[in-house]
Ligand binder design. Structure first.
Ligand SMILES: *Cc1c(COP(=O)(O)O)cnc(C)c1O
Length: 414
């Protein structure tokens, strides 16, 4: 139970990584040492005065927000970011006391809950600032509400146009009920090889900061970089970088590689549930899209698109079985997938299957799965379903387990 702060009153699952596990065969293994290493690699690469805001929205990109947030903070992150108020509340409930910024626009009806849990809010619109101020007045809390003003420098999604953003910052800075904690922007194409638009956005941002100074507004913490910008250049460091995908050891795009010391945090594993002897001419799975050309062996793996294994991998994906690639046969179903066993290969029920690997085994990486499915690693990672248990490992030992019944304590060795 070392390192776990989960309630040890919950029964520990037995032999969770081994053959006789009482847990589901399909599970995600989250390597907390890889996470810490990635955080430290990023911190070492930054300008000395730049801090790290760990982006743990979407349940920590599918890895588990609470465990990732704790791991990132322990390794040196000073700030956290989420997308929704609910995500922030969950971190507070788990005891995280660091500043938490809600990045997405929130509904005015959520302001009270956000203020109650001391979440920092992104504002880009005077109406939202009004709603925050009114709520704060009604609550008669002592502390002013922490706000980060977002300026749109070219993304055209969320953010105030430059001049409005400066006025909004002035308004926030002048209100006793509000605190201007941040001023930020977001890049539209920092993950592309052509850096020009990102440089243009940074120039617009710098002009806004210049206007703040010129108008005598105290300049709050400035931040702009996502993973791609933080990986590619020191130009975008400012006071904080908001790093998501790279924390998890996943590259933002083919054009922006990770630092050499970084490695994937999550692997997805399962076990063979059944061995299927196909006779020449047999067809496999819905729609009969695969036909055995000769007698062959196949294996049933209890993972499907409802677990987040993309249906687009039907007839295209592969898994690692016995150290070699086992191709997906026919359609990926909701809960199950059939894979082919290489001719002469041996397979038995209970054999380990590597569904998502770390780049050192026969399995595809999460990024390779995304490529095969025609999407990005962000979507695959965030799509891993809640019903897939997450096993958190430090120094080869499972220190915590979380599944759709909640967190468990775990004190078992791999
Ligand atoms: C998600 C998000 C990030 C993190 O992006 P990565 O590419 O995962 O590093 C940073 N800033 C904002 C505003 C975001 O929404």
């Amino acid at each position: 139970m070392a390192g776990s702060s989960f309630d040890p009153g919950v029964e520990a699952p037995m032999g969770i990584l081994g053959q006789k596990s009482s847990s589901r065969a399909t599970r995600a293994v989250v390597d907390l040492d890889a996470l810490s290493g990635n955080v430290r690699s990023i911190l070492r690469s930054l300008s000395p005065k730049t801090g790290l805001m760990a982006v743990v929205k979407a349940n920590g990109y599918g890895h588990g927000a609470v465990m990732v947030a704790r791991g990132a903070v322990d390794a040196g992150a000073t700030n956290l970011a989420v997308a929704t108020v609910g995500e922030g509340v969950r971190l507070r409930a788990a005891g995280l006391s660091e500043p938490i910024l809600v990045l997405s626009p929130i509904d005015p009806s959520e302001v009270e809950r956000a203020v109650h849990h001391r979440l920092s809010l992104t504002v880009a619109d005077p109406d939202v600032v009004d709603a925050v101020e009114t709520t704060r007045a009604r609550l008669r809390r002592a502390a002013p509400v922490s706000l980060h003003v977002k300026v749109d420098t070219g993304m055209r999604r969320n953010g105030a146009p430059p001049e409005e953003a400066v006025s909004l910052a002035e308004r926030v800075a002048g209100s006793p009920r509000l605190r201007l904690d941040g001023f930020f922007t977001h890049f539209a194409s920092a993950d592309e090889s052509d850096e020009r638009f990102t440089l243009d956005q940074a120039a617009v941002f710098d002009r806004c900061v210049g206007r703040l100074t010129a108008r005598g507004i105290p300049v709050p913490r400035l931040h702009a970089a996502n993973s791609a910008a933080a990986l590619r250049s020191r130009r975008y460091d400012y006071d904080l970088v908001r790093v998501g995908i790279a924390l998890y050891g996943l590259p933002p795009s083919p054009a922006v590689p990770l630092l050499p010391s970084m490695r994937p945090v999550l692997t997805l594993r399962s076990r063979v549930a059944r061995v299927i002897d196909l006779v020449s001419g047999d067809t496999v799975s819905y729609g009969r899209t695969y036909r055995a050309a000769e007698n062959e062996t196949a294996a049933l793996v209890p993972i499907g698109y409802a677990d987040g294994y993309p249906r687009a991998l039907s007839g295209r994906g592969y898994m690692g079985l016995g150290g070699v690639r086992a191709p997906v046969r026919g359609r990926v179903c909701m809960d199950q997938t059939v894979i082919g066993v290489v001719p002469g290969g041996r397979v038995a029920v209970g054999d380990e299957v590597a569904v998502v690997g770390d780049g050192r085994d026969a399995a595809p990486t999460l990024t390779e799965i995304a490529r095969l499915a025609g999407t990005i690693n962000y979507e695959i990672a965030t799509g891993i379903a809640a019903r897939v248990p997450r096993l958190y490992v430090r120094a080869g030992t499972v220190v915590a387990v979380e599944d759709d019944t909640g967190p468990h304590a775990a004190a078992l060795h791999e």
